[in-house]
Design a protein around this ligand. Structure first.
Ligand code: FES
Ligand code: FES
Length: 157
């Protein structure tokens, strides 16, 4: 089927099998390989992208569901060469870990902070509960998200 959507601000139109996974459309057809496949079953969050303002597991979204949708992937976070506040915070606080889980963490954090101006650590933990890391733990990731929230939304001193 022919689908029309927007990815990272660019209009796309393509002919794809209706049940092709959004994850595969992004990686194979659009060469946006920043979005990673971990489990392929909706369990790990590595494939997270923001679809119409909501974080989704792109391994579970069929192409037919993105018709007329707006998608943000990890490639769309930076504005030109300038990293987003969330990306900078991940770098500065050691939240950027392996290449599999980090893109999904960034997308979950970005969507969360759009809706939560002054989150506490429990809210941050809940926001990334769908994103698994089996290696290094979550403390630095939570620190980074908290710092991004402060940086973006704190009232001037
Ligand atoms: S690859 Fe999609 S949730 Fe794990
Ligand atoms: S899965 Fe990425 S650092 Fe553990």
């Amino acid at each position: 089927m022919e689908i029309h959507f927007e990815v990272n601000g660019k209009a796309c139109q393509m002919d794809v099998p209706p049940m092709k996974r959004l994850l595969d459309v992004l990686r194979e057809d659009l060469h946006l390989t920043g979005t990673k496949e971990g489990c392929g079953e909706g369990e790990c969050g590595s494939c997270s992208v923001i679809l119409n303002g909501e974080v989704v597991n792109s391994c579970l979204v069929p192409a037919c569901q993105v018709e007329a949708g707006t998608i943000l992937t990890v490639e769309g976070l930076a504005d030109g060469g300038r990293l987003s506040a969330v990306q900078r915070a991940f770098l500065e606080h050691g939240g950027a870990q392996c290449g599999i889980c980090t893109p999904g963490m960034l997308m979950a954090a970005t969507a969360f902070l759009e809706e939560n101006v002054t989150p506490d650590r429990e809210q941050i933990k809940a926001a990334i509960a769908g994103n698994l890391c089996r290696c290094t733990g979550y403390t630095k990731i939570i620190d980074a998200i908290a710092a991004a929230a402060r940086g973006r939304f704190a009232a001037p001193a």
